[in-house]
Ligand binder design. Structure first.
Ligand code: 5AD
Length: 437
């Protein structure tokens, strides 16, 4: 009988994609997937280290999995991904039932690491950052038959002072463009029509004389590709050439997630974001001139060390000026070893102040998003049907602008493009009804 695995993933889209990679490596190594951790010989938890809260959640979950292991001795538990990379062997000291700690650059050898843990009764740690690991030739086990994540870049060469990612993922590595294009063509041959190019600062992609706009155009021109998205771009690498590629290539979706982090120049400077508020707003104007209907979302941190009320007002002001379709908002979380932790002693924002700001920011973001979405009710849009919705009999579909639309329909519509009328909105998502096209 073959050995069995269970993989669960926390965190960003890159991590979700890594989850598919881990499953692919295990499947190639002769493992079969089971539908619950209780039945698995190997349980891998693919983790996120971006904020303290994310790590606490994982530690809670790993403690829960210890019960599974006690009920089924011999089960191996591995903690993988960014938290593994950050904590290394300290994780095993904190949670003795963890058998393996495996960083992102070691996934190719998962089967060997598991064998090693089985032989030695745990204690396996591989958190080497390998500049030579290019992730090529690994079969991913993809969850969706409709849309595919394509990592084109790993690691990060920016050094934002709040961010742990350069430590957990290493420096920027870009994939060979021909390998990216070949992979997409193969998936298109299997019927997938939407592709999401992934990278920590995806638009800083560069390989020989290929840059990101060139790669994006090449992907968009592959015959079976109907939609291309990418995430997340860094504002500094948002060039006229990229905007032109987006505007000119029909398959590139009119949508962008463009993290701003703060609307205050003082704070942006201390975050080492390397742009000013005006420069960011200038990029947004450039995008909107070329692609008037573009949907924009962002990430914002409140309570960064030294952020005062005026800085925060500048952030609110920027949100009012840009009018985002959506925003992910976070309270600053100090990450050990990042430069911002050294600013904290002088300038720590009290927790209740940061929490108050977060709540005010969320209220503003929601108000604007709801206003914008309400104005779209009644429109006819094309959606790609993705999957069965979590609740009820509805299907979940998405517009090219990345808006979620719930529609009544049949299982066999999954993967199809359809015309729907937007009939209502919760403020964040839509309901819709299919119409004849
Ligand atoms: N504290 C709070 N939020 C953070 N992010 C990254 N690091 C931190 C941190 N230390 C947020 C940023 C980033 C998103 C993925 O997570 O907004 O864009």
């Amino acid at each position: 009988m073959s050995k069995t695995y269970w993989v669960e993933t926390y965190g960003c889209q890159m991590n979700l994609s890594d989850g598919e990679l881990m499953e692919g490596v295990l499947a190639s190594g002769g493992y079969t997937q089971v539908s619950r951790p209780e039945d698995a010989d190997v349980i891998l938890v693919n983790t996120c280290a971006i904020r303290e809260h994310a790590e606490q959640r994982v530690l809670g979950r790993v403690a829960e999995l210890n019960r599974v292991k006690r009920a089924r001795p011999g089960t191996l538990i591995g903690v993988c991904g960014c938290m593994a990379q950050r904590l290394g062997a300290r994780l095993i000291e904190r949670a003795e039932h963890v058998d393996m700690v495996i960083g992102p650059d070691a996934y190719r050898s998962l089967p060997q690491l598991i064998d090693q843990a089985a032989q030695n009764g745990g204690g396996v740690v591989d958190i080497e950052l390998r500049s030579s690991e290019n992730y090529e030739g690994l079969e991913l086990r993809r969850r969706s038959q409709v849309s595919a994540w394509i990592p084109i870049q790993r690691g990060c060469d920016y050094r934002c002072t709040f961010c742990i990612v350069p430590r957990t993922r290493g420096s920027e590595k870009n994939r060979v463009p021909e390998a990216v294009l070949r992979e997409i063509e193969e998936l298109a041959g299997e019927g997938i029509t939407e592709f999401v190019l992934l990278g920590q600062t995806v638009n800083s992609y560069r390989y020989d004389d290929w840059d990101f706009p060139r790669l994006l155009r090449a992907v968009a021109r592959l015959p079976a590709v109907r939609r291309v998205r990418f995430t997340s771009p860094h504002p500094n690498d948002l060039t006229r050439e990229l905007v032109d590629a987006m505007a000119e290539e029909d398959a590139v979706c009119p949508q962008m997630h463009l993290p701003v982090q703060s609307g205050s120049d003082r704070v942006l400077k201390r975050m080492a974001r390397r742009y000013t508020r005006e420069e960011y707003i200038g990029k947004v104007s450039m995008l909107r001139e070329a692609i008037p209907n573009i949907a924009l979302s962002t990430d914002i941190i409140v309570g960064f060390p030294g952020e005062d009320e005026r800085d925060f007002e500048s952030t609110l002001d920027l949100v009012r000026a840009v009018r985002y379709d959506d925003a992910f908002t976070f309270r600053y979380s100090p990450r050990e070893g990042t430069p911002s932790t050294r600013m904290q002693e002088d300038w720590c924002v009290p927790e209740h102040v940061a929490q108050g700001r977060l709540e005010r920011l969320i209220a503003l973001v929601r108000e604007i998003a709801a206003e914008k979405n309400l104005a779209e009710v009644g429109n006819l849009v094309e959606v790609l049907v993705e999957k069965r919705a979590r609740r009820g009999e509805l299907l979940q579909a998405r517009t090219d602008r990345y808006k979620v639309v719930l529609i009544p329909g049949l299982q066999e519509w999954i993967g199809r493009y359809m015309k729907v009328a937007l009939t209502g909105t919760s403020g964040a998502t839509f309901t819709g009804f299919p119409v004849e096209s």
